[in-house]
Write a protein that binds this ligand. Structure first.
Ligand code: KPL
Length: 294
């Protein structure tokens, strides 16, 4: 029997991945936190067409990770390193490990610190909503891309089976996603507004400053992203996801930590190293940090 795909992080995206894999006849196991239980749970994926797909998922502790054809890390950015590192001794150097979180930083750190592993990074724009224990609703069909950070091997079969495309310039795609997140997420969290509100004229000066500052930081890293392109991308996504509450706003509202460090924090850290002024990103970083639950 084929090895399962192990998913670390049982949030909406992790559950969506498990459901999509199960629909393709590929077993997904969800790896919980240390101290969780090994058990089989009933899951339900509500498809884009509104059909309910029922399947069973083995939930396993990190110690019980079985030989797997791939490891998908679908945690938040700030959990990725802590979640992935203890599993490394249990996977072979060939096993693709695919990091799917927002922001940048952990991908580079993990690939640098554990060069013997087969690191991949990916990004997807699907909408998914958790609907209670084991139930997830697929709310928007997105694009799914993954690229190798190290070994440049073929796209893992399981990813291809659920609609991922290989992107040999995944870093640039991750920078584009970072740009979208750096423009939309902090402002929606600070102003407690849906994404679409940022298309109002009063936000334009701030979005323009964020784009200019980010373009300078990107250029310092050899990443070709013009300020105009960043602004246009941010506005396009804000419009396309107008009704959405960004993940950062949802995190703030739920009293959870946010991904601000992997988004604005990443931009500010690179800017500091390169001696570039990024007052607008720094302001977002400071103000979102201040929203942290005490
Ligand atoms: O990725 C997102 C997020 O909320 O984290 C966007 C694209 C902004 C959609 O809400």
């Amino acid at each position: 029997m084929a090895e399962p795909v192990a998913i670390v992080g049982g949030g909406a995206i992790g559950q969506l991945m498990a459901g999509l894999l199960a629909q393709q006849g590929i077993e997904a196991v969800i790896i919980g936190r240390p101290g969780s239980h090994n058990e089989v749970r009933a899951h339900q994926l509500t498809t884009l067409e509104g059909e309910r797909f029922h399947h069973k998922v083995r939930h396993l502790t990190p110690d019980a990770l079985p030989p797997s054809q791939a490891l998908l890390v679908t945690t938040k950015a700030y959990q990725a390193q802590e979640a992935a590192t203890p599993l490394l001794s249990k996977v072979t150097g060939d096993t693709p490990i695919v990091l799917l979180h927002n922001g940048l930083g952990p991908q580079q750190t993990l690939a640098r610190d554990f060069p013997e592993h087969n690191w991949w990074a990916g990004t997807l724009t699907d909408g998914a909503l958790r609907q209670g224990q084991g139930a997830v609703k697929h709310t928007g069909l997105g694009q799914r891309f993954a690229g190798s950070l190290r070994h440049r091997g073929p796209l893992p079969e399981a990813l291809a089976a659920i609609g991922f495309e290989r992107d040999d310039n995944i870093e640039l795609r991750l920078w584009h996603k970072l740009a979208v997140n750096a423009l939309i997420n902090p402002l929606t969290a600070l102003h407690r507004c849906p994404n679409g509100e940022l298309t109002q004229a009063r936000y334009l000066p701030t979005l323009t400053r964020l784009s200019d500052e980010l373009a300078r930081v990107a250029a310092s890293q050899g990443v070709p992203m013009e300020a105009q392109e960043i602004l246009a991308l941010g506005l396009k996504v804000a419009e396309a996801t107008a009704q959405n509450r960004s993940s950062m706003l949802s995190d703030v509202e739920a009293g959870r930590p946010t991904e601000i460090e992997a988004i604005s924090g990443f931009v500010v850290a690179l800017a500091d190293d390169a001696g570039i002024e990024v007052p607008t990103h720094r302001d977002n970083l400071d103000r979102v940090r201040a929203l942290r639950p005490s």
